[in-house]
Design a protein around this ligand. Structure first.
Ligand SMILES: [Ca+2]
Ligand SMILES: [Ca+2]
Length: 234
């Protein structure tokens, strides 16, 4: 019985010590927003990335984020969190009681991943969500009340699947507001960009799936338990 307990303990220890795969946090390699009213202007160095939908005029903004996944070496990931800090754009008025809906997309057409932080514009952007959803997959929706100020974390299985399907070490995320301007509530949502010196910019935290060796070790432990059990019966 003591042997059984020892093997169990070893198996448990092995599981615990190896299944906690190293989590990794990446900062955005590039980010920018695009604006329908200034279709040839680039905002890649701005300290904010803006998000707004206003179909009746031309003041729609969509934000683009690019992450360099090369440090993952194509390791499959178990979970992923996209973190943003919503800050006050001080542009447009808003009601603190209005719920605004947003949708996050992943660029699945990887031939479009090479957009330039300092060259992307409304006119040359890979995709514009509302009118040209070429190569975009929805990763999920969320809603914020009013300006939604503060830290925001996004996670979804579709997001994990999107990252696991990457083949070129660049993940492009596209954030759009699905709620159109409501009356006078013409607020422009804003998140700190990677150039913001006061507030942390966009981050991507991923946890790799445990190495196969963990499962082999755990398997060996279980086989050991099985052998002991059989010896006891004999
Ligand atoms: Ca930028
Ligand atoms: Ca990619």
């Amino acid at each position: 019985m003591r042997h059984l307990m020892t093997v169990l303990a070893v198996a448990l220890f092995t599981t615990l010590s190896f299944s906690t795969a190293q989590a990794l946090t990446l900062t955005a390699a590039k980010d920018s927003y695009i604006e329908s009213g200034l279709p040839s202007t680039n905002f890649g160095t701005a300290p904010v990335d803006l998000i707004k939908r206003q179909d009746n005029t031309v003041w729609t903004r969509i934000s683009y984020f690019g992450f360099d996944l090369s440090s993952l070496s194509h390791t499959a990931i178990a979970d992923a969190t996209f973190s943003l800090n919503f800050i006050d754009s001080a542009r447009g008025i808003t009601s603190d009681t209005i719920n605004y809906s947003f949708e996050l997309f992943g660029l699945t057409n990887e031939s479009l991943d090479g957009w330039g932080e300092n060259s992307i514009t409304w006119d040359n952007s890979p995709s514009r969500v509302y009118t040209n959803a070429d190569g975009l997959a929805s990763l999920g929706t969320f809603s914020l009340t009013g300006k939604g100020l503060g830290a925001f974390d996004f996670t979804s299985q579709a997001f994990v699947d999107f990252l696991n399907s990457d083949t070129n070490d660049i993940a492009t995320l596209v954030l759009a507001r699905t709620t159109n301007q409501i009356g006078d509530n013409n607020y422009i949502h804003a998140v700190a960009s990677r150039e913001n010196t006061a507030v942390a910019g966009p981050r991507l935290a991923v946890t790799p799936i445990p190495e196969p060796s963990t499962l082999l070790l755990l398997g060996a432990g279980l086989v050991g338990i099985g052998l002991i059990g059989r010896r006891k019966r004999n």
